[in-house]
Design a binder for this molecule. Structure first.
Ligand code: NDP
Ligand code: MG
Length: 382
């Protein structure tokens, strides 16, 4: 086998597509799988991929799964500690971080400490703790290979020209509410927000795409991955999701990466890098697409990108507050406990109330995350 992987969050959108890529590539061994609670799907995956280890964050569900797969050789662990053990599992060389939210942070740090390369889907890791994670990866000599489509595009476009990099142009689909005013956005519901025009993803990131918080998080993620300030990363709405992002070099030349909108492409590249192996998507038919369009972000209707840049400029624990408030507000929105526009309002309020700690530890980041969540819960009367 060319590669051995652990997939954290294997039952989610990125997780299932990662296993699809592993199966199609044919020379990728799956050593560990984890989920939060979906043990039905995790059991199917265990029977198919026969990993040495599996973990379920929900301890009760872990016990159920342990009984269900007692006839296999897979050892089933429970809780966050179980997920962390899977991340550091001895037999894998690459860990795919496809957990959603800040829950992905500590397992990713454990994987880096164990010397694993990271195929990074969990953007919340770099948003909340890029200042810890990137230096740690350098110190341990491990690669952080981006799975997020924009970051994969930027990575591929930079190639070996990093020293000439001047600016990043990060594309955004604009989500389902592109072109709408704040008045039109006010009444948008969970069902409206979950209808993404170009991508099928987990619920949290789909809402983040509708608010454009996703683009804000991605700008912070890119600033850590590629070493530019957030003001050198320009977002542009590109409705067709064909140009996945571009870079501008010091001579004015702009290079971008194009492809069919299919997450299996950046997943496969992160797993086979620096090689490219099998055809992953259908060929791109530019004539059929006809035209590619680009627009400015409407910052008045969608304040999320400016909020994220503000959080990054404040630095320290402020991006963790932006992220924690967003996770809490999105969870409330998905349960119809707050409105669409409340999401960014709640983030702004949590940031306003926070005094950031400079050069935070992982514990400082966890505390800031909790502070933001409590601020949102208090505002929502919980
Ligand atoms: P999903 O919600 O589809 O999947 C999340 C996965 O993480 C599931 O396996 C889930 O388990 C598990 N999980 C959730 N919470 C916890 C927890 N507290 N502890 C341990 N495991 C947990 O998310 P996506 O696949 O959409 O996104 C995953 C990450 O990738 C996110 O950070 C997202 O921003 C990023 N990303 C996703 C893209 C996409 O196309 N989906 C594109 C680019 C980036 P269970 O199924 O049991 O709940
Ligand atoms: Mg993305």
């Amino acid at each position: 086998m060319a590669k051995s992987i652990a997939v954290l969050g294997s039952t989610g959108s990125i997780g299932t597509q990662t296993l699809d890529v592993a199966e199609r590539e044919g020379d990728i061994a799956v050593r560990a799988l984890t989920a939060r609670s979906n043990i039905k799907l995790l059991e199917e995956q265990i029977r198919k991929f026969r990993p040495a280890l599996a973990a379920v964050a929900d301890e009760k569900k872990a016990a159920e799964l342990r009984a269900a797969v007692a006839d296999t050789s897979t050892r089933v662990l429970g809780g966050e500690r179980g997920v962390i053990e899977c991340a550091a599992e001895a037999g894998s060389d690459t860990v795919v971080t496809a957990v959603v939210g800040i829950a992905g942070l500590r397992p990713t740090v454990a994987a880096i400490e164990a010397g694993k390369d990271i195929a990074l889907a969990n953007k919340e890791t770099l948003v909340t703790a890029g200042g810890i994670v990137m230096p740690l990866a350098r110190e341990r000599g491990v690669k952080i290979l981006p799975v997020d489509s924009e970051h994969s595009a930027i990575f591929q476009s930079i190639a070996d020209q990093k020293r000439f990099l001047k600016r990043i142009i990060i594309t955004a689909s604009g989500g389902p509410f592109f072109g709408m005013s704040r008045a039109e956005l006010a009444g948008k519901t969970r069902a409206d927000a979950l209808k993404h025009p170009n991508w099928t993803m987990g619920a949290k990131i789909t809402v983040d795409s509708a608010t454009l918080v996703n683009k804000g998080l991605e700008i912070i993620e890119a600033s850590h991955l590629f070493g530019l300030g957030v003001d050198d990363i320009t977002p542009v709405v590109h409705r067709e999701s064909i140009v996945h992002s571009l870079v501008e070099f010091c001579d004015g030349s702009v290079i971008g990466q194009l492809g069919v909108a299919d997450m299996r492409l950046p997943i496969a590249y992160a797993l086979t890098y620096p090689e490219r192996k099998i055809p992953v998507t259908a060929p791109l038919d530019l004539v059929k697409i006809g035209s590619l369009t680009f627009y400015d972000i409407d910052n008045a209707a969608f304040p999320a990108v400016e909020l994220a840049k503000k959080a990054a400029r404040a630095g320290g624990t402020m991006p963790a507050v932006l992220n924690g408030a967003n996770e809490e507000a999105v969870a409330a929105f998905l349960e119809d406990r707050c409105g669409f526009l409340d999401i960014t309002d709640l983030i702004a309020e949590a940031m306003e109330a926070h005094r950031p700690t400079a050069s935070p530890s992982l514990d400082d980041i966890a505390a800031a995350d909790l502070e933001a969540r409590y601020a949102v819960r208090r505002r929502l009367g919980r």
